[in-house]
Ligand binder design. Sequence first.
Ligand code: HEM
Ligand SMILES: Cc1cc2nc3c(=O)[nH]c(=O)nc-3n(C[C@H](O)[C@H](O)[C@H](O)COP(=O)(O)O)c2cc1C
Length: 513
Amino acid sequence: MAKMLNGNEVAQHASRDSCWVIVSGKVYDVTEYLDKHPGGPQILLQYGGKDATAMYEPIHPPGTIERSLPKDKHLGPVDPATVSSLSSPQVTRDLDKTARIPLAHCMNLDDVEKAATRIIPHSAYVYFSSAADSLGSLANNRQDWKKVTLRPRVMRNVRRVDMTRVMLGTKSRLPFFIAPAARARLVHEDGELCLARGAARRGIPYCPSTYSTVPHDELMQCLTAEKEKVQFRNFAPEDGGTLWFQLYVAHEKERTLELIAMARDLGYKALVITVDTPVVGKREEDERYRAELATASGDNSVLTEWYKPANEDDENSPPLRGHHSSTLNWDDLPWIREAWRQGRQDAGPIAIKGIQTAEDAALAVHGYGVDAIYLSNHGGRQCDDAPSSIRTLLEIRKFYPELLKKAEVYLDGGVRRGADVIKALCLGAKGVALGRPFMYSVAMGDEGVARVIQLLSEEIETTMRCMGVTSLDQLNPSYVNTKLLELEIPDRLATGDESEYGEAWVKGLKARL
Ligand code: HEM
Ligand SMILES: Cc1cc2nc3c(=O)[nH]c(=O)nc-3n(C[C@H](O)[C@H](O)[C@H](O)COP(=O)(O)O)c2cc1C
């Protein structure tokens, strides 16, 4: 058994030459890991010689240390009596924390966000709210919903409405699901469990992130246990609350295969592959916050040391901000699909998340036969000035309308109102997803999550009645006016080679399929 270390000894190792950290009562030597750490070396140096548990736990998925640090860097337990509770550097900026807002006073999803920002730690607010560069795509996400208007029909009997939808093979009570977003434990100790319970109780899908801070097996156990307590009319036991697995393709193929096998064996019903993150976007609020933390602890290396690639001479070393695979390309799809299906006919569907153009939608569906495409710019967190997903959907309708019959289309980004959901469905989306509203709702635990689902559900129901429809299948493009946004859609696809993705190209592909 490893010998018990003394906190005073650990405290000596707080420099680049030797850096140890304490996590959950155990000491780790991270000296050689400093430049490989996706969160950067500075944060590790700030916690060098100290207990980093409170900072570490809500950020890292379980098993991160076990997977990433060689065994000989696990130095052993530390005597808790010898570890002083050193305060970690704090940075706070003036959020409006004047008064708490009770959940019962939240009448829409923006209210829930406002209520959450009054109670969550600043670090969580920064992580949830941040977006890339000039916040261009973040702005597009909200503005473009308003450029599409509804065309309500009147004088119809709308006493009863049906909001159910089959999405990726499972019947859902509502036409939306919980988008993947990591680190829910930043705001609630149950973290992602609140979302799994909400999905089970309200009968909708939840797609946890690869980086869920609650292990994926616990999420599945939680969902299964909760589902046993609810029964929805006209729903089979396998319908209602469902888990899909969001996959970030890792640098190492082995790790990706391991994740896929885990999700399949645990009974996750669909594989959602995120493809818009060859690098993590330049999220300036995140980076500013980390710089402020560093400066607060006397580390001024931000101007000289930060964001250097780990090893410029090694071509296998990840590029700047390269947390996930930066080599992922269309030719990887077959092995990913094979790993998911394992030769089984009944394996769940595969969706590609992060499609932002009509060309890539066509490639995914016509070229690679994916079951579903998920239009998303990652909540504006990746490429600055990327299109909103409703714009990409209009582009698809214009250039490749047949895609909508061949594959299921989902989208997310700035969806905050029932009317937004209805607009997307009118234009052919099968369902929509929400990221931030659910993350903020977790700050208020199970009740917060239930409130978001309830508010959105009520808005969809009311909008349907006002529109004169009683079932989602009745929605079609005649219920929306898209003229304003259409004006901004290109007349033709300028791909360099005009024929490359044009009709002839699709026809050629179709002939070969
Ligand atoms: C001891 C071994 C550690 C390992 C193996 C490790 C590993 C990782 C990994 C794999 C990520 C990427 C996860 C993601 O993108 O969601 C990450 C991110 C991060 N880590 Fe660690 N970590 C360690 C210790 C720590 C400690 C002690 C702290 C702070 C006290 C820390 C702070 C962070 C932060 C702030 C990020 C987020 C970076 C971002 O948002 O871009 N890590 N770490
Ligand atoms: C805090 C946060 C964490 C996220 N983490 C992930 C993730 O782990 N995997 C992923 O595919 N997308 C992730 N996303 C993107 C969401 O899945 C989704 O595309 C986006 O939040 C939708 O925009 P919205 O927040 O305006 O609803 C994250 C988004 C946020 C805000």
